[in-house]
Design a protein around this ligand. Structure first.
Ligand SMILES: [Zn+2]
Length: 252
């Protein structure tokens, strides 16, 4: 092909590609205008559709890194109260914090995607821990039936499903039940929390789980009353080993 013709052909192909790119940019901008994808933490819209948090929010997450230590404050909560092999939390949790905002959106605003993201991060941390023994199964702390119906999902189950991808173990959703409703623990003292939750869980017979290591998962640990009550029900139902993992570790 003569040089001049080849040049025209290349130029026309390149301008065709430019136009296509331009149209696709316009389409993307229009889509973003009508269906904006924003950071779940701060609302910043300068993030890609695949990201949940912007770089600034990811940097702001107060990671505990407890999983890197053999002894940590979450284990101390349960010392003398519940025999646990290991216990850890992914982030610190305080009032008005980014983590509180994320957990609130996850639990009360139908943002299961936030729970899935946090579950992945928690599973990743446990997998990287030199002190955490691989569990045989994950057990989500159950909600009372009517509360789960109202919310549409159990937040601990969402976390477990995401974590299971990293730990490659099953999620046991129905081995422990919350057999009566409980009032919110938020405004209660340590003693009131325990009185409110004691004996509220019941586990089915776990004799076939003899010697198995179960990882009990919840969104947040404060005084540990809920996890202790749930853990006691599991230990009463069979000879299992327990560990505990939560997203948030509440600080005063
Ligand atoms: Zn952000």
């Amino acid at each position: 092909m003569p040089y001049i013709l080849r040049a025209v052909k290349i130029r026309s192909k390149s301008s065709y590609n430019d136009s296509r790119m331009h149209i696709s940019n316009i389409a993307r901008s229009l889509w973003h205008l009508f269906f904006p994808h924003t950071c779940a933490g701060c609302g910043n819209d300068a993030i890609s559709d695949k990201q949940l948090l912007c770089l600034s929010c990811i940097t702001e997450l107060p990671l505990t890194n407890f999983h890197l230590y053999a002894e940590n404050p979450v284990q101390h909560i349960f010392r003398g109260r519940l025999p646990v092999s290991y216990a850890t939390s992914y982030t610190y949790f305080s009032k008005g914090s980014l983590v509180q905002h994320l957990l609130h959106e996850f639990k009360y605003k139908n943002r299961k995607d936030i729970g899935t993201w946090l579950g992945h991060r928690l599973g990743e941390a446990l997998k990287a821990s030199p002190h955490f023994a691989q569990p045989d199964a994950l057990v989500p702390v159950p909600l009372y039936r009517s509360r789960e119906r109202k919310r549409g999902y159990n937040q601990s189950e969402v976390l477990c499903s995401a974590m299971a991808n990293y730990l490659n173990v099953p999620v046991l959703e129905n081995i422990v039940m919350r057999n009566s409703p409980t009032e919110s623990q938020t405004r209660k003292t340590r003693i009131q929390r325990w009185q409110n939750i004691e004996g509220k869980f019941e586990a089915r017979n776990l004799s076939s789980f003899g010697g198995k290591h179960l990882l009990l998962v919840d969104d947040i640990v404060t005084t540990g009353a809920t996890l202790e009550s749930c853990g006691r029900a599991l230990l009463a139902a069979g000879p299992v080993t327990l560990s505990i993992a939560t997203v948030g570790f509440a600080t005063k």
